[in-house]
Each structure stands twice: as C-alpha cells, then as structure tokens.
Design a protein around this ligand. Sequence first.
Ligand code: GLP
Length: 260
Amino acid sequence: MQILKAKDYEEMSRIACNLLVEHIQQNESPVLGLATGSTPEGLYRCLIEEYKKGKVSFHNMSTFNLDEYVGLGVEDANSYQWYMTDKLFAHIDVPTRQIHLPNGISQEVEQDCLDYERQIQEAGGIDIQVLGLGLNGHIGFNEPGTPFSSRTHAVELAQSTRRANARFFSGIEEVPTQAISMGIASIMESKKILLLVSGKEKAEALYQMMNSEVSESFPASILQTHPDVTVIADELALSKVLEFYGEDGGIPEVEEGKAR
Ligand code: GLP
C-alpha cells in the first residue's frame, strides 16, 4: 500500500487528478471505476479543468460507478446518476454509451446486477477504481458485515450512513434505505485502487483501514490485501496515523504527494 500525504483537500484532489489524467493519456481504452460523495468532487473539478485546457480527452474512457440509491431515477437531483452528470460527465467528452451506473429504479435488480458485472468484464475490468471511505469503513455502499465475496448487489444502508449522507437531502427521512452497490469482490478485482481520504472526521477510519485486522466488520480493511492500492490523504485525515507512528519516525510508506 502506498500512502501519499497531501497538504489539504485541494492538493489531494490534484494528485489524484494527475494520476488519472496520466493513465487516460497513456491508455487506448481506459476503464475507470468512479465514486460519489463529497470526497471526489475536487478531483472531478480538476479533471474538467484539464479537459478545458485541452490536456486530456475522455472520448475513449469507459466508467463504472460504485453505487446508486434504490428508488432514485436519473432525473432525481439526489441520484448518483445526477451527481455524476452534474459534477463531471456533462462537462467532458466521454460518450454517454461508455458511462455505467447501477440502475436505482430497476424492476429486475438481480438480473441488472449480473449484467453490471458482465459489462465490467466485457470492458476488460476496471483499471483504476476511485474510492472514498465511509466513517464505519464502508466502501461503495458495502456496510460492515458485507461478505468479502460479494458482487454487485442490493444493500440496506446503515443508519449511520444515512445520517452522514442526510446533508445532501432535505432530511434523514428523505435518504433512501437501500442502494445497489458493486460488491467487495468486484471492487477488489480492479487492477489499481485509489483511495481518497480527507478531513479530521475520517482520521479514525483511515487509521483502522490501515491497522485493524482484515475483517468484514470493517470492510475497507480488505484493501490491506490488494496488491496495488494508493491512498491519497490530507494531513487532517492522516492525523491519527501520524500521531501513532510519530511525525517523522515514520510509516515507511508515507510519502509527500506531488501535485504538478
Ligand atoms: C457514501 C458513498 C461512498 C462514499 C462514502 C464517503 O455513502 N456511497 O461511495 O465514498 O460514503 O462519502 P464522503 O466522500 O461524502 O465522505
């Protein structure tokens, strides 16, 4: 696991952006796994800027999002489909047919989940999966207790996750109780994982992700076993890790992230 330390949220976003832009420039048909939430918003702003400056084109890129709320359709401003369109896709040249998100209003959830997995396989698998980190260690919407063998599936959202996400809605009662999420096994098959973590409130979760025993009770702990994980975290998110190891006595793998 490689840990890149960023000064702040902006730097974290820029380091992640550089990494993705480089991958997209160097690959003929890049396949990215994308996340929602507050954490990747700065990354998406940066990708749009790079596109507008003419530094990168997304015309060959395919994307697969991690998750979607059950019951929210494309036209719902709280759906992840809307989020992705608003924060990234509408501003770059990725063709609509190359964009994939789980279908939150599916009438045939099981079949759609199988199809989603098949589409990922047909695209050649995910090259780089962008992940955020839930306060309770969830990745995608895979809550504590989700089997490590899980694939794209319907999930019940933990009350704490609904509370954390209520800020995007008019109240917690508006937050759906279920979602469709890529499973943990699906996420772990990505060739590379880019975990973005920002802010003091994530410090404990980041520490646990790196140090707790690998257990389904803290889903992100599985990342310790993936062969190619890069964590890009800002100083606040790394505060507990740095406090534990000492600022300079160092965790060998923490490096200063470089933003071009
Ligand atoms: C949400 C999303 C995840 C996201 C995580 C952290 O519930 N389903 O994909 O990574 O929780 O969100 P945030 O970045 O807003 O803290």
